[in-house]
Design a protein around this ligand. Structure first.
Ligand SMILES: [Zn+2]
Length: 245
């Protein structure tokens, strides 16, 4: 089997759950679950976001190939400072994607303010990861259909694939737009099967979201009767292709 890539990992403290994840916990969890690479982003947080980005950047430099950063900036910020900070993350810290958190930042993906995210992603040639599920209506998966159509050359990853309750809607969005990828952390096993049947395993990636959820997410794919080739795609090949690792 190929090395496992976890595409949804957080560092720092969440303003919602109060949960803090440290560097040591990340390293231990990867070691004990046989994960080779983690894509790390800030939480929706009250911490200084530039500091969290710097920490993630340092982690990536200290452990080449083991960690890659994902930027998560407040879309309510004006365009110029937003773009400057995102470009710094990508060009100086080597980040490989940008996150939009409609719930954490209380914004609809259809807001004009989000266009700078999609335009920057296109220019920088990076995917946009969007939190979906918890925190509706702005976290409804269908709200990504219009941006995915307007930016057909940008890849949109629906994190949590609707978070169980809106999973059917995430499947509809992915069936409607080829540039939508599903990352079904927290979704039930039978819905993961449904996703693979609907869009194929090439547009599915594994994400844990929390260190203690990592073994659960890995086991989910191992328990649904898919082949080793499909597991390699979902655990490794797809993430490598989508995030250009
Ligand atoms: Zn998350």
């Amino acid at each position: 089997m190929l090395p496992i890539i976890d595409t949804h990992v957080h560092l720092g403290t969440s303003k919602f759950s109060g949960v803090t994840t440290t560097e040591t916990e990340l390293l231990e969890s990867m070691e004990s679950n046989g994960v080779a690479t983690s894509l790390v982003m800030p939480q929706p947080t009250l911490e200084n976001i530039d500091d969290v980005h710097e920490n993630i950047g340092r982690l990536a430099i200290e452990h080449p190939g083991k960690f890659y950063g994902i930027a998560s900036l407040d879309p309510w910020m004006k365009e110029e400072p937003y773009v400057l900070r995102l470009e710094k993350c990508v060009k100086e810290l080597g980040f490989i994607a940008v996150k939009l958190h409609p719930y954490g930042h209380n914004i609809s993906p259809l807001s004009d303010r989000c266009n700078k995210i999609y335009e920057s992603a296109r220019r920088l040639n990076i995917p946009v990861i969007v939190h979906t599920g918890l925190g509706t209506p702005s976290s409804l998966p269908s709200l990504l259909i219009e941006p995915a159509r307007n930016f057909p050359d940008v890849t949109f990853v629906l994190a949590h694939a609707g978070f169980a309750i809106y999973t059917d809607e995430a499947i509809v969005a992915a069936k409607t737009c080829d540039n939508i990828i599903l990352e079904p952390s927290w979704c039930p096993t039978y819905t993961v099967v449904k996703m693979i049947k609907a869009i194929g395993d090439h547009r599915m990636i594994m994400g844990s979201d929390h260190v203690t959820n990592l073994p659960v997410e890995i086991m989910k794919y191992r328990s649904i009767g898919i082949s080793d080739v499909q597991l390699d795609d979902i655990f490794h090949n797809n993430a490598k292709r989508i995030f250009k690792l």
